[in-house]
Ligand binder design. Sequence first.
Ligand code: CU
Ligand code: ZN
Length: 185
Amino acid sequence: MRFKEIQKCPRTRAANCQCESISISEAQGDTIIAQCELEHSDTVKGNILCMQATSGGVTLIKGTITGLEPGEHGFHIHEYGDLSKGCESAGGHYNPDGVDHGNVEEGHVGDLGNITANESGVAEFSIKAERIDLMGDRSIIGRSFVVHSDVDDLGKGGDEESLKTGNAGDRLACGVIVLRGDDND
Ligand code: CU
Ligand code: ZN
């Protein structure tokens, strides 16, 4: 266990109570790494890694998701790590600033745009997310990734739903974001 002072965190509603306020004082090395394994689907599977320097800056989100329909799929960080009622209990997009839905550059902090599945239904992606933090008050640890059935219109759909969800459709699979290495503690 490299990270101490992990508290209970009602705001993320994560079952394992990892806190969004994480001390890096115990960090070994200069990178913090989080991971997520998607669940709640029989067909859609995936693993995602998030990496950020302990000094801050851009977070790199890399992953592979399989079992998708070919094409684009909305991909977000949702507010809660509560998957007790499947992906629905993950809440809405993580939106600490109370703004409208958008893309990886502006809008909800949790907006990551679309990932693209190839002919075989496999999406491999690498996203540079400048607004995503693994540490501090806005840490995404304990929140969740959700991949959707439809294309995210990035808030440009011209209707009310576009400004909330990007019309990305059903929640196909989801998973809680955890610090790497915490599984076996
Ligand atoms: Cu979503
Ligand atoms: Zn959004």
